[in-house]
Design a protein. Structure first.
Length: 724
């Protein structure tokens, strides 16, 4: 216990050292009110009274990461710039999903997926189509087009998150032009504790903006996990469920801004350690059952319903042999997405539409890692591997029409008792593509303070042929007293083949006046990426980094207005096409600093210039300026407070054609958002937590179609957590 000084009190002698020692106070000279006050102050603010309080490091170059080199290396030794978000910070942010965790990361911008209930990642000006999101090194299926919805990935048993900005095609192949985000889950560890687990439940309210104001809670979140260890084996089960009762910025209109329904993640993991190998089998299931109010296709009030199920099975193994370390990965993932557009009025069935998209992906990879310390010096390493990938999709549509005119040859039609027609269409016949790939990377030491890394990936795609993506990077360390300076520079080629969704998928959002159709005539995208970073740290209390980037993209694939329309001109038709050569360049400046014992500060500022070089116009949905701030305050061993802030400058959200024929740039306003969170440890096993998201209620103007500020406003919430 720390010594407590209050007016009128005297202190007794102290014993022990200044670290972890007990300090004795002459409580006999304290009155009861003074004693109570002293106790309360100690519980709440011991850091203010304790001398020599130790603090944890805010940055540690010895943290082990895998994404930058595809092998486990300390953060200081990874050949390319790698950002890491640790488990403790994820928990303090009360992150419900990947979106919540990434919000504070330097250089990351999040944007709403139009027509969906989630958000996608933008990294160095590349949108979610070109940022590869992995879970333990294996890809996640995109829910819309080619974009992964970050709100579908729960923070269940997460160890940390790694981000590698810039072209990573040489190590990770197609879709990694903008970088890689790798979610690392907890690995099997031998422990004397046979049974362990945790459970948390929280609830929040949007007040008058909830669709059902009679409910006290507008959102609920359940997260639970249990682990059983049996000798060298481990079994882990987990569930994460997010429920929303619906949300609307404008109660005077029927259409809503936030979904009502649930998103659920279920997981099971079985791991086994052998004498010279480790194996792990993961199975996961994601379910989304959500509804959003929309105007129906007939003009009446209606809903858009999303029923999505994704099943994932992954096998991973590692073993050691005389010729190096081996790693095997195998993945099977199947996704069924049913999207319905329905009228509320049962007397107007015409226009009701049910669309079902089935998507599968399989991947198998064998990787070899070999140390070349004896030949080339300490830290020398060769990594090589082969991969096989396959994806397939099929899409069907069922709808009710007033007539049977204008139907296709393969449409199946049946007349309903009310005289309307039920039409079934196989919109996208079964399609598939596959690829075979080989990659290699060699890390060569440059003395004891640096290294050079070079490698590449050869890809043979069933539809687009062969391509080779090379990369080279250089890292150098300089030590001066307690400070360590690091310099990294890398150059590489990125490559992205149009996937099946780019070529065949039909994203029907007729209720919002548009459709996006795939195109079979697309060609692969290519990019050239230059990255440079400088960092300075004392490896304990201070870390500063400046990162610069320049990316040039050729044959960029985007959805473009085709000039076609349906339904009497009410529904515009967009098609994917190669139409742009683009440039993204800028810098990210970040600072992590321990201001006081128990108080950490993380600040970042980013500048981004992203433009279409052919038209000399900005790329949409990319803010030129963005800044982030995070303060982590350990007030006591029981009480923690977290304050986070985000600023995004104005950006172009849409480009339309003006009456004069020139391009009209439609601007989304700048905004700032602040969150405050806290937790109180009731017992060693139980804690209460809560906070306010979007503290100052920064929201968009629902009447402005180009406003991309946050949809969800202020939400106070509270929860209870228990671990055993």
């Amino acid at each position: 216990m720390a010594r407590c000084l209050v007016p009128g009190a005297t202190t007794g002698a102290t014993t022990g050292s200044t670290t972890g020692a007990e300090t004795r106070t002459d409580y006999g000279r304290l009155s009861l009110p003074q004693f109570a006050l002293c106790g309360c102050l100690y519980l709440l603010f011991p850091a203010a009274y304790a001398a020599g309080t130790s603090s944890t490091a805010v940055f540690n170059l010895s943290d082990v990461v895998v994404s930058g080199s595809r092998s486990e290396r300390p953060l200081a030794d990874t050949p390319v710039r790698t950002q890491i978000l640790d488990q403790a910070t994820i928990q303090r942010l009360h992150s419900r999903d990947l979106r919540d965790a990434l919000r504070i990361m330097p250089g990351v911008q999040l944007r709403e997926i139009h027509g969906k209930s989630g958000e996608e990642v933008y990294l160095q000006g590349f949108n979610g189509d070109r940022v590869l999101i992995l879970v333990d090194g294996l890809p996640v299926s995109a829910s819309t087009g080619s974009t992964v919805d970050t709100s579908q990935l729960a923070m269940l048993d997460i160890e940390h998150i790694e981000i590698v900005p810039g072209a990573a095609s040489a190590l990770y192949g197609s879709a990694a032009m903008g970088g890689v985000i790798n979610v690392i889950t907890r690995k099997h560890q031998n422990s004397d504790q046979r049974l362990s687990g945790h459970a948390s439940l929280d609830s929040g309210s949007y007040g008058s903006r909830q669709l059902d104001e009679s409910k006290v809670s507008g959102e609920q979140h359940l997260n639970a996990s249990v682990t059983q260890i049996l000798g060298q084996s481990e079994l882990r089960l987990g569930i994460d469920q997010r429920y929303s009762s619906g949300y609307d910025l404008n109660p005077d209109s029927w259409s809503s801004d936030g979904f009502s329904g649930s998103k659920t993640n279920l997981s099971a993991m079985l791991a086994r350690n052998f004498a010279d190998s480790q194996w792990r089998l993961n199975t996961e299931r994601f379910e989304e059952d959500s509804e959003t109010r929309r105007a129906g296709t007939s003009g009446s009030d209606g809903i858009k319903r999303e029923l999505l199920q994704r099943n994932r099975l992954a096998l991973q193994g590692e073993w050691q042999s005389r010729i190096g370390q081996w790693q095997l990965q195998a993945l099977h993932e199947q996704q069924d997405d049913q999207s319905d557009q329905l009228n509320n009025d049962s007397d107007i069935p015409a226009g009701n539409l049910w669309r079902d998209t089935q998507y599968q992906q399989q991947k198998a990879a064998l990787q070899w890692q070999y140390s070349l310390d004896s030949a080339l010096g300490y830290g020398a390493e060769m990594v090589a591997g082969v991969e096989g990938f396959r994806e397939s999709m099929e899409q069907d549509k069922n709808e009710i029409k007033l007539t049977d005119e204008g139907l296709g040859e393969n449409d199946q039609v049946s007349q309903r008792p009310d005289g309307t027609y039920y039409v079934s269409t196989n919109e996208v016949p079964y399609a598939q593509r596959n690829s075979r790939e080989f990659f290699t990377q060699l890390i060569i030491p440059l003395g004891i303070n640096g290294d050079v890394s070079t490698g590449g990936r050869w890809q043979n795609d069933s539809d687009f042929g062969k391509f080779f993506s090379p990369t080279i990077s250089v890292r150098q360390n300089f030590q001066w007293h307690d400070l360590q300076f690091q310099w990294r520079q890398s150059a590489g080629l990125g490559y992205r083949v149009p996937n099946l969704k780019n070529r065949y998928f039909i994203f029907d959002h007729s209720v919002n006046g548009y459709k996006v159709l795939g195109s079979e005539d697309l060609t692969p995208e290519k990019s050239r990426s230059l990255q440079m970073s400088f960092s300075l740290t004392d490896n304990e209390h201070f870390h500063a980094e400046l990162a610069l980037f320049n990316n040039r993209i050729q044959d960029l694939i985007e959805a473009q207005d085709s000039g076609e329309s349906e339904d009497g001109g009410r529904v515009a038709i967009y098609r994917y096409t190669n139409f742009a050569n683009a440039l993204t360049r800028g810098y990210d400046l970040s600072l992590q600093w321990q201001l006081l014992p128990g108080l950490q500060q993380r600040l970042s500022f980013g500048y981004l210039d992203a433009r279409d070089l052919d038209l000399d116009t900005p790329l949409i949905n990319r803010a030129r300026h963005h800044a982030k701030a995070l303060w982590l305050w350990d007030i006591s061993h029981r009480l923690q407070l977290t304050l986070s802030g985000e600023y995004q400058g104005e950006h172009i959200s849409s480009i339309s054609e003006a009456d004069s024929g020139s391009s009209q740039l439609n601007v989304s306003p700048a905004y700032s958002r602040w969150d405050i969170k806290g937790s109180w440890l009731l017992t060693p096993r139980t804690s209460v937590y809560g906070g306010v998201n979007n503290l100052f209620d920064t929201v968009r103007d629902s009447a402005d179609a180009y406003d991309r500020r946050p949809v969800f406003g202020r939400m106070p919430y509270a929860g209870l957590s228990y671990q055993f």
